[in-house]
Design a protein. Structure first.
Length: 78
């Protein structure tokens, strides 16, 4: 899943570190840190769900589905 807004993610994290959030909620601190810094733009659905839960928001508030070639072809055919 692709992050919608790094600014929103950083705002939700506040002054807490990625490591502190991950430790308290069981999500991967390396993925969270990479998303917050812009070194990474996407992660798996499982990781996105864990991050959203840790930050107290719905997964769709922070992430959007990555378009795949199959989904793009289906949309064009419709």
């Amino acid at each position: 899943m692709t992050i919608r807004s790094r600014r929103v993610l950083n705002g939700l994290m506040g002054d807490r570190s990625a490591r502190a959030i991950a430790r308290a909620h069981g999500c991967n601190h390396q993925v969270l840190s990479a998303l917050a810094s812009g070194r990474r733009a996407s992660c798996s659905r499982t990781q996105a769900e864990a991050i959203a839960q840790a930050l107290g928001v719905e997964v769709d508030d922070l992430f959007m589905e990555r378009a795949t070639k199959k989904s793009f072809v289906k949309e064009q055919a419709a």
